[in-house]
Design a binder for this molecule. Sequence first.
Ligand SMILES: [Zn+2]
Length: 157
Amino acid sequence: MRIGFGFDTHALETGHEFRLGGITVQHTKGATGHSDADALIHAIIDALLGAAGLRDIGNQFPDTDISLKGIDSQVLLSKTIDLIREKGFTISNIDTTIVLQQPRISKLIPEMILALTKTMNIETGQLSIKAKTSENLGFIGREEGISAYAVVLLETG
Ligand SMILES: [Zn+2]
């Protein structure tokens, strides 16, 4: 068994679509970045790559690659699953936490779990998504950004 950890953060700005957990969140602001800036998917990808000894998202999908500009992070997640399967790993479980002040997203978690487990071809019970605020502290509390954390357990065979 192999454990992996991932972290990601993105700025939130008005006038951007807010992609998170493979779905669109209705809000006045959205996360900004080179791809669709889906912080939860990026944290999961880094955890998967780390567990498999495949470095990180920036190494596998460099932001200098213009073919990846604005790309749906679900596509990157699917490519990552292919990479870890090629190395002979299967996913045991994934546990994640999103830290976001606004909007409150707990009602959207089942939809995110469906979207992401479909892409990773795992059971819904193998992915946990938790959401919390930062108690109004720091850049997340000021609604300037979002962070996400993920741990995964991979098994061989
Ligand atoms: Zn990211």
